[in-house]
Write a protein of this length. Structure first.
Length: 371
């Protein structure tokens, strides 16, 4: 299967490695910075491969190389436009998180991919973590019983050097803050595990230490799910001096699980009323990872390749990407309005919150056209 990557920055090496592991033919890479493309290929041991074409214009790349699978890993504000261009050309696409920066764009990706029958995968690779998959199996088997509540904590560090490395980071138009960028994987897992259907979100965000950013560096929220369960979210890039943890707790009437590690890659607590001998292998499970992005990219790619070949929806589809985005935008909207926000959201975009922290008078005032 002929593969191309658009965007060769920080996460791109994980995509190339996943493509290589799944024996894809890497036909082209694209980035507006030639030096970034070359650095990526060097990192992945492909610098001398003349068969990989380099492009600064992704539309030219799509037309000339005719890839059968594309991954989009540019700055977040470009994800939706590029993805829709791929879908319109009937090219299956893997979209890095967040899938879009507005609900309208996310809904259009879902609609157009369904209308044209083009598989779209949202790159929430932590769903494929061993610990996460074991927990999901227990959940689907009914071992938790009725869910009471769950919580996610993403306690990481990002310093000035990280943000100045790419000027789009921490901007409302191209990135969002810690909830949209660093914490959206954990938020995706919480919503997915707790039944996906959300009634209401109440959240608060602040820009505490990164005063050179437009967006938040800490956010907290309470979520009411339609099944009666409650969820809490804590996300930040303010932890000193380095990443501390990404944890997910699930509490049911007959089971308790805590996933931990730097990216929900360990099982710290595993207790069920219907305990059996097989549970022993999960207690204390630790999946070694190269970095905070975990090992899920290869499995996500394998599933997407199979989905393309079988004409089915991928395991992590466009709706999953839409749902994760909606959660973050709901927290932003709740902070801006000072009140709980009912889901589903319609006309909400990250750019609705420009100057949120510069102008306190904007807080408590709904963005135009939202309500």
């Amino acid at each position: 299967m002929k593969y191309a990557l658009i965007g060769c920055g920080r996460i791109a090496a994980n995509h190339i490695r996943a493509a290589l592991e799944n024996r894809l033919e890497i036909a082209a890479v694209c980035d507006v910075r030639p030096e970034t493309m070359e650095a990526l290929l060097e990192t992945c041991g492909l610098a001398g491969d003349a068969s990989i074409r380099r492009y600064g214009d992704y539309l030219a790349m799509l037309a000339e190389t005719e890839p059968e699978l594309v991954a989009v890993a540019t700055e977040s504000g470009l994800h939706a436009r590029i993805a829709l261009d791929c879908i319109d050309r009937h090219i299956p696409v893997i979209i890095e998180k967040p899938m879009a920066m507005s609900m309208e764009d996310a809904e259009e990706i879902v609609r157009r991919s369904g209308e044209k029958g083009v598989p779209v995968c949202a790159c929430h690779q932590n769903r494929f973590n061993v610990a996460v998959q074991e927990t999901r199996r227990a959940l689907e088997a009914g071992r938790f019983g009725r869910l009471s509540h769950g919580s996610v904590h993403v306690r990481w560090n990002r310093n000035r050097a990280y943000y100045t490395q790419a000027p789009w980071r921490g901007t409302w138009a191209q990135d969002g803050g810690c909830l949209m960028n660093q914490c959206i994987h954990g938020i995706d897992l919480l919503r997915w595990m707790m039944g996906d259907e959300v009634e209401e979100v109440y959240g608060v965000t602040k820009r505490q230490f990164h005063d050179y950013l437009e967006c938040e560096d800490v956010g907290m929220a309470v979520v009411r799910f339609k099944n009666g369960a409650i969820g809490t979210i804590e996300g930040t890039t303010n932890v000193y001096p380095e990443n501390l943890e990404e944890t997910l707790y699930l509490f049911g009437e007959a089971g308790t699980v805590k996933l931990g590690g730097t990216s929900t890659n360990t099982i710290d607590v595993w207790d069920f009323a219907d305990a059996d001998g097989a549970d022993g292998r999960n207690r204390g499970l630790q999946e070694g990872t190269r970095d905070v992005y975990g090992n899920g990219h290869a499995s996500l790619y394998a599933d997407m390749i199979e989905a393309v070949r079988q004409g089915r929806r991928p395991y992590v589809d466009a709706v999953a990407g839409r749902n994760a985005l909606e959660m973050v935008l709901a927290v932003y909207l709740s902070c801006a309005t000072g009140r709980p926000v009912k889901l589903p959201l319609k006309r909400v975009a990250s750019t609705d919150f420009v100057e949120l922290f510069e102008r306190p008078d904007k807080q408590g005032v709904p963005p135009d056209g939202v309500f």
